[in-house]
Design a protein around this ligand. Sequence first.
Ligand code: F3S
Length: 398
Amino acid sequence: MYLSKEEERILNGEFGEGKRKALEILLAIGKIYDADRLMPIKSAHISGVSYNNIGDAGLDFLREFSVEAKVSVKATLNPGGVDPSRWQEMGIDEDFTRKQMEVVNVFRRMGVETTLTCTPYLVGNTPSKGDHIAWGESSAVAYANSVLGAMTNRESGISALAAAIIGKTPRYGMHVKEERVPKVRVKLKVKLREPSDFGALGYIISKKIGGEVPWIEGIKNAGIEELKMLSASIATYTGLPIFHIPGITAEWRDFDVPREVVEIDDIDMKDAYEYLSESFDGIDLVWIGCPHTTVEELRKIARLLEGKSVKTELWITTSRRVRQEAEKLGYIRIIGGAGAKVICDTCVVVAPLKGKFKTLVTNSAKACYYCRGVNNFMVKVANLEKCIEAALKGIWIE
Ligand code: F3S
């Protein structure tokens, strides 16, 4: 890999041990992926924040790293394992909460903005088309590449942190325009009506075309809510960091329409919902907010809950910034009045909730995948209205 004079000096330790270590990490990754050089980035988004996932070994590593290392570009943080103001309501113990806060404080000392959200693009980390960035969190990566047209590989927590410290990332993969070319034309013969349908679509695409970059035709309108759901689902089920939708995503004019065609119809959609929904009646938890909700979603939830009371746990996960905005608009008061919880800084997947619930209803296909795989929950996926109805009734009625 080509190294500039300054990079050579960093590697010789002239700028401290933290920077030297960070550069070594980037060079090791660059070597694996055959990158030719490092390139400057506009921002980083760092995953691997939950103490539930990183444990004491991760915390020790970060502590040591933080002594000398500081980030040199805008850097935001993915959710941790607990909302520190609601740990008791979440059934999480004090010791875990203390450790999680220590993790967050270490990142803060390094200059990272402790946003604790998987939707950094809703809280001020909003790159433009063509910007090179180094983001972790697969759903945010797919959103940044596809919707915003920024360029990022799917970074790990440690590689995103190293990139934030050096302000550069190895040039390979999604940083190269040719790697972003759509390969299969996906024609939708079914109308997508709800954000949850966009989640189901990610699952269908994985079944029909696997890991080829899709060019998805047949979507007339899609807002942030639909696109974040599709980004999360495509990244989860196909592992892809990018997709294109003519007329909607950022780079659709930059590429030719692929020749290979695959169609998706209402039978595929029905099959997807069947796959995403297991059979049970009693509901332990209803979860909205994977990825973290927008203010608009909180407005809809407040409208559906106004003057009513939930009969089962209803958790809505979001960022602190979005919660504050929704608070000013009166949505949080209405949602809280119905007995639901608006939880910040974390989510049901990265919090230590294994064994605490058995059955989950959600509107997110990504949540379904991880709550089955990580938490051993039985899961049903339905649209937002049906999820809220389930929380109000406390049981599932077909
Ligand atoms: Fe975000 Fe957790 Fe889902 S980090 S994308 S809410 S699994």
